[in-house]
Design a protein around this ligand. Structure first.
Ligand code: 5GP
Length: 181
């Protein structure tokens, strides 16, 4: 297991190990199971691509309530920064009116992606919309977005691995690495 890696002329150091990620995902799944266990209706899970695909795959295998899985592809980041705009690259293919929805995100930085997607969903009259994220950078979003299930809070670092990319690469790394400044 590498302590540091070089990618696109940048150095990244190991930050959250695969073992710790496993524990974080299990704890999140326990919380989410406890919350939804008494719901009568099937829950609609919406994973935000691309970054959340690995987290989503690990999370759903630990969920114990009836649910359906859907994906949307949103883009707000260019290189290592938020552009301030959210583009819908692949839209949701399910009607969420009268349904309970849980949005699953990899990381919340400015909160713009989740805020604007929650706004789009709310227009379709769901019964409820809850937000789950593996990682959150509270110093950046200052709680402008109301997160219901958070795996771990981190400082405003740029990170890669476990689904998170650097210009399209490094999503496959089992551990999470942070940019060495
Ligand atoms: P937000 O809209 O909250 O500013 O950004 C959310 C999206 O930006 C995430 O879904 C993720 O794709 C990307 N993002 C935010 N922070 C990071 C980071 O530290 N590393 C990487 N690779 N992507 C990030």
């Amino acid at each position: 297991m590498n302590e540091s890696i070089e990618l696109q002329d940048k150095t990244f150091v190991r930050y959250i190990s695969a073992a710790e990620l496993g524990i974080i995902v299990s704890q999140l799944a326990d919380e989410i199971n406890a919350y939804y266990s008494k719901f009568q209706l099937e829950i609609i899970l919406v994973s935000i691509l691309d970054g959340s695909f690995i987290f989503m795959a690990d999370l759903v295998r630990k969920l114990t309530f009836p649910h359906k899985i859907h994906f949307v592809k949103l883009q707000s980041y260019d290189d290592m920064e938020s552009t301030g705009q959210v583009k819908v690259l692949l839209d949701l293919d399910v009607d969420v009116s009268g349904k309970h929805v849980l949005i699953v995100e990899d990381i919340v930085d400015t909160g713009l992606t989740l805020e604007s997607f929650k706004g789009m969903l709310t227009n379709s009259d769901p019964l409820s919309v809850k937000l789950c994220t593996l990682l959150s950078k509270p110093e950046v979003h200052n709680d402008i977005v109301d997160l219901d299930f958070v795996g771990k809070e981190i400082p405003p670092e740029f990170i890669i691995g476990y689904g998170l990319d650097l210009n399209g690469v490094a999503r496959n790394l089992p551990d999470i690495y942070k940019l060495k400044i």
